[in-house]
Design a protein around this ligand. Structure first.
Ligand SMILES: C[S@@+](CC[C@H](N)C(=O)[O-])C[C@H]1O[C@@H](n2cnc3c(N)ncnc32)[C@H](O)[C@@H]1O
Length: 206
């Protein structure tokens, strides 16, 4: 049974800048949230930060300058936290109305920047032991709490290889949901960005 309350998905933007990778992830979350009838809030966006074109006009995105702890009643908020001891379950869709994610680029090895939100005292749930990109974590959470699919029934792939040219490929050190064709679901434009960045070297942010 689907809960009648419209769920809110909040990504608390924790980086000082908004990298191209994040803006593709956020735009993808906005489009999917709009299509599935849930609310998507990007919180803690600095007043001085100018949103890139692809985000400024995307449907389904609400921008909030305030931080998440000033916006919602804490007991109704569930932090998706790779270090939590309990896995997210469909029943959490009845317990919580707001699902909170760190707006952080993935890093390898993970630096536990989700701790910045954990220390604010939100109750945490895990989505399995492997790091996901933020848009994947939102997608999986929506499938669990809105579509009521248990975590262990969601098809995924770990560390997929992206072909960057005829000879080389890049391994993405994350878990992704698979689509109907068995391909990892990534934001629109992400494969091109990966190819472009792989020509320059990724640095430590991926
Ligand atoms: C790219 S991950 C960042 C993980 C990161 N390396 C860190 O420093 O915490 C972005 C967000 O997705 C969510 N997330 C990713 N993988 C998760 C998992 N396995 N369980 C729960 N939440 C996850 C968390 O909300 C996390 O803050």
């Amino acid at each position: 049974m689907v809960s009648p309350i419209k769920k809110t998905f909040v990504v608390e933007h924790l980086d000082p800048e908004l990298e191209a990778w994040s803006s593709l992830e956020y735009a993808s979350i906005a489009r999917e949230s709009q299509a599935s009838g849930v609310r998507f809030l990007l919180s803690s966006v600095p007043n001085t930060l100018k949103l890139p074109e692809n985000l400024a006009h995307v449907q389904g995105l609400e921008v909030e300058h305030d931080s998440v702890e000033n916006l919602f009643d804490k007991p109704r908020v569930c932090l998706l936290d790779p270090a939590a001891t309990q896995e997210l379950s469909p029943a959490d869709g009845d317990k919580f109305d707001v699902f909170l994610f760190g707006g952080i680029l993935g890093d390898d090895p993970p630096r536990d920047r989700t701790s910045e939100l954990r220390k604010k005292g939100f109750e945490g749930r895990r989505l399995g032991p492997v790091q996901m990109t933020t848009d994947t974590a939102v997608r999986v959470t929506r499938m669990i709490v809105q579509d009521r699919i248990p975590l262990d029934k969601i098809p995924y792939v770990d560390n997929p290889e992206i072909k960057v040219d005829e000879h080389e490929s890049t391994e993405m050190p994350f878990r992704y949901v698979l689509d109907k064709e068995g391909k990892p679901i990534m934001p629109e434009g992400m494969v091109d960005l990966i190819k472009k960045d792989s020509e320059r070297g990724f640095g430590d942010l991926i």
